[in-house]
Write a protein that binds this ligand. Structure first.
Ligand code: CO
Ligand code: CO
Length: 319
């Protein structure tokens, strides 16, 4: 329960379509029957040690919530907190990474604000448009929807291996490539197919965001472990116990909502709690649309993995 709920009565803001009542990936405000704006912000400390890639990943991640809502981002502001002694060229590389990623998305960064802080933080405030009838939300899954994921899992373990200086170069490059990738095409596909249930997989991991969807949609998610895509190094790092602290927090918060098949060992289970940075979209696709959806995805060069199904019940079952 957010304390601001007590201050703002949602009933007095009829144009606030998504907000305090139903925390989702972004807030949505209706401008007219045809148009609403989606607004979101996110920023975080460096996940990789190259400033340009850090900026690009942070920007891709910030914009992702707009696509996750069925929206189209067009406008953004930088938010940064940077150490006093940070060399100017590092600062400008972070900003250049963010700006080029935004440009790739068709989004203009029109300003922003920077404060001083010991540890660097960077991200964007992003504004997009969405049609009020085409909003995608965590509560939109229906029994029978097929669950589709658009990026592999394992960003948390791979970047933690980097921090612990145990990472293989090829593994971190692969993680950077995926984290920098925009969810733009996936979001566009979701809107084309008029999907209703979706989110992006970020800090709470597949299980955490899955639980949010299961709870608010009043369905159970059945996930098939064998069908889940992972970054090449993820299972190896998991077996060595290289997990970020957030994975254990996620486990603590969400494990009571999940039943795992007995054959799944501890590292495999933990991998599903691994927090993701700039992860893929998790979408519910009605069964009868799945073949067309997969075909369209392939044509537009968007990888998709079918990982399970929404069924009657509660929580998550991993088989
Ligand atoms: Co999100
Ligand atoms: Co967010």
């Amino acid at each position: 329960m957010s304390p601001i709920k007590n201050i703002f009565d949602p009933a007095s803001f009829p144009d606030l379509l998504v907000g305090l009542e139903s925390p989702d990936d972004a807030a949505v405000w209706r401008l007219s029957d045809e148009q609403a704006i989606v607004i979101t912000t996110d920023f975080f400390t460096p996940v990789v040690d190259t400033p340009y890639e850090y900026g690009a990943i942070a920007a891709a991640n910030s914009m992702s919530d707009v696509w996750a809502m069925g929206g189209k981002p067009f406008f953004a502001l930088n938010i940064a907190a940077l150490p006093d002694n940070l060399p100017t060229e590092i600062l400008s590389e972070i900003m250049r990474g963010g700006a080029e990623k935004a440009k790739e998305a068709g989004v203009v960064i029109a300003g922003g604000h920077t404060v001083k802080d010991k540890e660097p933080k960077y991200g964007l405030v992003v504004i997009g448009f969405v049609h009020p009838q085409k909003i995608i939300s965590k509560s939109g899954l229906k029994v029978g929807d097929v669950l589709v994921l658009t990026k592999p899992l394992g960003a948390g373990v791979t970047t933690t291996a980097l921090k612990q200086e145990k990472v293989e170069e090829a593994h971190i490059q692969e993680a950077i490539e995926w984290m920098s990738r925009l969810n733009k095409k996936a979001g566009k596909l979701a809107v084309e197919f008029n999907l209703k249930g979706g989110t992006d997989v970020t800090g709470f991991g597949l299980i955490g965001h899955g639980v949010e969807m299961a709870e608010s949609s009043n369905v159970q998610l059945q996930i098939e472990f064998e069908k889940l895509p992972f970054l090449s190094g993820a299972k190896g790092y998991a077996e060595k116990g290289i997990f970020p602290g957030g994975a254990f927090d996620n486990k603590k918060h969400f494990e009571s909502f999940v039943t795992f098949d007995k054959t799944l060992d501890e590292p495999s289970q933990m991998l599903l709690f691994d927090p993701q940075t700039s992860g893929g979209l998790l979408l519910g696709v009605p069964k009868e649309q799945l073949a067309d959806f997969k075909k369209k995805a392939e044509e537009s060069n968007q990888q998709v993995w079918v990982i399970g199904e929404a069924v009657t019940g509660k929580g998550i079952k991993v088989k």
